[in-house]
Design a protein around this ligand. Structure first.
Ligand code: A2P
Length: 273
């Protein structure tokens, strides 16, 4: 199937909109810090995705637009699409993307994919989602999807950032999820949030990797340590973070999974440029 066949409601061809790409409108923009922001766009009617997947997005500002992988931060049932983005100084896309306003156009390739999906994990009791920076985005999607609570009894989502203000997106998303008319009922008592910072004083300080290794994470959450018999793990963040957490969970006996071969943990690199 061609891209065009997958995107029947894509905008008509234009020099700056690649063939088969969707052209969607920005509906909301919220800046958290000089490094992080969130935005929402209209959802192409024909786009199908599983919560936790990513798409390629860009701006129609050149005949060969720069497209980057972005996790969809909204759940599969949402009428709009939400994204959580970093602002990289001189970043080929984010330098321009950070200036978007309501009504601007975002282009998007029609295929969603990714490994941070419930399907890539074998059945378990507890789901742990570990993230740094914009790596929280796929979990913003998964924790708002009722299917996550059908599959797991308890869901623990952790977000580590440098500073307090960078945690606002995850804190707000968890709060709103617990109070959402649709998902709140299934999430309450099952969704647990842990936040830490590394460069500014907050309630929990330190990298999540260190807090797992010292046991401070378990103590703070009042839970039993990670156990491959009962637990499943999803990881999203920088390459260094992913490598460090891989080392920890491999040593505990977790096995990496994929869509074709589900396992006890899955990882994906957060969008970086
Ligand atoms: P730190 O401040 O100690 O580098 P960034 O904004 O650079 O993507 O980082 C987001 C968060 O991820 C920061 O709190 C950072 O901590 C943390 N981090 C960076 N590298 C690692 C790693 N290898 N393992 C765990 N956490 C990390």
């Amino acid at each position: 199937m061609t891209d065009a066949a997958l995107a029947p409601d894509a905008a008509p061809a234009s020099p700056f909109i690649p063939a088969g790409a969707y052209a969607e409108k920005v509906t909301e923009v919220q800046h958290y810090t000089d490094r992080l922001f969130r935005f929402r766009i209209t959802r192409p009617q024909s786009l199908r995705f599983r919560s936790g997947e990513f798409v390629m997005i860009g701006l129609p500002n050149s005949p060969r637009p720069v497209m980057r992988a972005y996790s969809i931060a909204s759940p599969a049932w949402d009428e709009e699409l939400e994204f959580f983005s970093i602002k990289v100084p001189n970043g080929p896309l984010t330098e321009h993307l950070q200036k978007i306003k309501v009504g601007d156009t975002i282009i998007m390739k029609p295929k969603a994919t990714g490994t941070l999906v419930n399907d890539a994990l074998i059945q378990g009791k507890r789901l742990f989602c570990f993230s740094t920076g914009t790596g929280f985005a796929p979990f913003a999607s998964l924790i708002r999807d009722p299917e996550t609570y059908e599959k797991f009894e308890q869901v623990y989502v952790s977000h580590t950032c440098r500073q307090r203000d960078e945690l606002k997106y995850s804190a707000d998303t968890v709060h709103n999820t617990l109070n959402d008319p649709l998902v709140g009922e299934v999430a309450q008592g099952h969704l647990h949030y842990f936040a830490s910072t590394t460069r500014e004083e907050t309630q929990h300080m330190g990298r999540i990797t260190a807090l797992i290794e010292t046991g401070a994470f378990y103590e703070a959450m009042k839970i039993e340590p990670l156990n491959p018999e009962t637990d499943r793990i999803m990881v999203c963040g920088s390459m260094a973070f992913m490598n460090d957490i891989r080392r920890i969970v491999d040593a505990l006996g977790f096995k990496e999974g994929s869509n074709s071969e589900p396992g006890t943990y899955v990882v994906e690199r957060a969008f970086v440029g």
